[in-house]
Every structure is written in C-alpha cells, then in structure tokens.
Design a protein. Structure first.
Length: 246
C-alpha cells in the first residue's frame, strides 16, 4: 500500500504533517467488540468534555477551515467538522449553547460529575463498521481530521494531487475524496467487505502532537481489535511518500 502527495501541497500548506497507518486482511464485518468499546469510550469522553465546554473542538476545526481557505476551498466541511456537528446534534447541543461557551469558559480542576443517564445518552454516534467506528471515535477524542481508504488489492497507490482544478485523493484514476478530504468520491470507501486499509491523519505544526497521539493510539487499538500487524508512517518536510511493507 502506497500513498504519495504532490510536492506542491506541502509547499502550499506550511507545517503540513500526515500520520499514517496501514493494516491488511482485516475482518471488518459485523460488530468487533474492541472497536465497539473504543467507539463508546470516545463518545462518553466527548460528552463529558462538551458539558464543560460545548465549543471544545472549534479551535481545531477552524484550523482546518483556514487551511482550506488558504488553498481556495472555502465553504467545505472536513470530516472532523461533520463528525462533531453530527454528534452535537444527536446530543441535543444547540448553537446557542456553543455561542455562550465562547472563549471564556470555566476551567475546572475536576470533571463535572455525570449521572448514569447522561453516560448512557452519550452513545449517539451511529455505528458504521469497525474501522470507521474507530476512525470516527478517534476524531471525537483527538480533534484531528482522519480518513480511511479501502486500498483494494494493494496494487494501486493513493495519490494526493491537483486534478480538474481541485485537490483530490485519487485511487486507480478514480476520485476517493474531493476538495482535500471534504467530499467522498467513488473510490476507496471503507465498507464491511474492506480488508486492506490505509488511514491518513492530517495536521499542521501546532497540532502535530495530537496527530502523532491519534496515530499511535489507533495503531495500538486496531492491532488488538483485528489481531493484525499495523504499520505506521509519517510525512512531513521533504518526505512526501509512504509505502507499507505489510
């Protein structure tokens, strides 16, 4: 499995970094107990933190928006923004609560206590499939943009390139994601039948530690959940291509 970024993308976005995971021959069908436990835990943690500050992820979401605007792609939503909007809506957090939180929210030395009903009600992020459940949970936990791709038989590289006037991720000549990770295309969608998976975690200089933390935790948990080897990589600076050996 290989991913290659056009050199000019790193020139266009100073500080761009990408954490990478590769895992193959996974069983992505049905309910994976460890993946499900991770999804539930991420939901619970996000719920507790959102009660203290409904705008907790807004700074990171804005960071990705600014990068898109810098590249002339205003008005699009990254996967990170979509996941948080979906989760907040299902929790019943409204825009007025977010506005009230602002930048002056109270910093608490201890988390607020939550009752059992609140904890049970936090599990509102719908299941998709084990890989995507862990990816979506990871975005709730780390507030970074994460994408997973079905690499098929592993012979076609994933390319991040400018095509038809826009930045796309392409696989085998078909678009996997439009507008630099903002809209799904026709290729690379992870389904229950997917086996060979490449995961890209995109960040920048200020949040690179979060990208690394998300990569490392997802690698550890996926290795355990699927009982498969996981290879990790990192793109930054002059390194714009990664090839997995598994």
């Amino acid at each position: 499995m290989q991913v290659t970024y056009d050199d000019s993308l790193f020139d266009a976005i100073p500080g761009l970094c990408v954490g990478i995971l590769a895992i193959r021959a996974v069983d992505n069908r049905g309910v994976n107990l460890e993946a499900e436990a991770f999804r539930r835990r991420c939901c619970t943690e996000a719920n507790l933190l959102l009660k203290m500050n409904p705008a907790m992820a807004d700074g990171e979401i804005d960071r990705y928006k600014k990068a898109l605007a810098h590249m002339g792609m205003e008005g699009f939503q990254t996967a990170l923004e979509r996941v948080f909007k979906e989760y907040k809506k299902d929790l019943g957090i409204v825009e007025e609560e977010e506005a009230r939180a602002g930048d002056d929210f109270e910093i608490l030395s201890q988390p607020k206590a939550a009752n059992l009903d609140e904890l049970a009600g936090s599990d509102v992020l719908p299941r998709v499939n084990p890989i995507m459940d862990m990816v979506r949970g990871g975005m709730l936990k780390f507030h970074v943009d994460i994408h997973a791709f079905d690499m098929g038989d592993r012979t076609q590289p994933l390319l991040l390139e400018k095509k038809d006037g826009e930045w796309q991720a392409t696989l085998g000549g078909k678009t996997a994601v439009h507008h630099w990770y903002c809209e799904d295309g026709e290729a690379g969608k992870v389904t229950e039948d997917s086996e060979n998976i490449l995961i890209l975690i995109t960040g920048f200089g200020p949040n690179r530690k979060k990208v690394a933390a998300a990569r490392n935790e997802l690698a550890r948990r996926m290795k355990s959940a699927f009982d498969r080897s996981v290879e990790v990589g990192w793109l930054e600076g002059p390194d714009h291509s990664f090839t997995a050996s598994i």
